[in-house]
Design a protein around this ligand. Structure first.
Ligand SMILES: [Zn+2]
Length: 227
């Protein structure tokens, strides 16, 4: 049987067929992503329950070289030495000329991308502005930098809470301010680990670079945060 259609009609039909296939592929991809997100949510909920169970009461961690970790059995502690090193290095570049003089360094750690087995760490420092409302806090600087290096596909795989942990270092006792906690809750969720390190808070026995790092879960710093 001969095809009575003109070349123009055949081209239009082919294009139509192409769009149909593209829509089908896109729909399948979205369904796959949706299933993967749901799976991740279930896994994250399980991990959170496990971390908060009585058997997981934080224990002293001695295997982290150079860090006297006072709490924590979460595997994220393995990343702390590198996070601390990068945060201290970033802190040296803090811009505090016009204002408080408090230098702050921070590092933000992503969750592990299951496809590549990689995670990312990015650092930031505080950048103070002579009009204080324009200040950039170290935590926000680090989270923004982490966002910059995570490609859209990676973020899709990690889900909305791609921030796994944040570490903040300075020469005083503190936890992140409310504004920074908003960022942490938005991108890390209630289970995000928040590490702080006061550089003046030295181990009484070893006074070299034996920093004390403390850890909280974000939800314990923002217990009434709206979900
Ligand atoms: Zn802040």
């Amino acid at each position: 049987m001969t095809d009575s259609r003109t070349p123009h009609m055949i081209a239009l039909a082919t294009l139509d067929e192409y769009h149909k296939i593209a829509r089908k592929v896109e729909k399948e991809r979205e369904e796959e992503l949706y299933k993967l997100r749901k799976k991740l949510e279930v896994l994250a909920a399980g991990e959170k329950r496990e971390l908060h169970s009585p058997s997981k009461i934080p224990q002293p961690q001695v295997e982290v070289v150079g860090v006297h970790a006072v709490t924590g059995r979460d595997s994220v502690w393995r990343e702390v030495p590198e996070m601390l090193r990068m945060a201290k290095s970033a802190r040296a570049n803090a811009h505090t000329v016009h204002t408080s003089g408090t230098r702050v360094g921070a590092t933000a750690l992503s969750h592990t991308d299951m496809r590549t087995g990689c995670d990312s760490i990015q650092a930031g420092c505080n950048v103070e502005h002579r009009f204080r409302c324009h200040d950039v806090h170290a935590e926000v600087n680090a989270i923004s930098s982490l966002c910059r290096v995570l490609a859209p596909g990676v973020k899709d795989r990690l889900g909305p809470y791609w921030l796994r942990a944040i570490l903040v270092v300075s020469e005083r006792n503190f936890t992140p301010c409310g504004g920074c906690m908003d960022w942490i809750m938005q991108f890390g969720g209630p289970g995000c680990c928040v590490f702080t390190c006061n550089l003046l808070d030295k181990d009484p026995i070893r006074v070299d670079d034996h920093a004390v790092v403390k850890m909280w879960y974000a939800e314990s710093l923002m217990p009434c945060y709206p979900s």
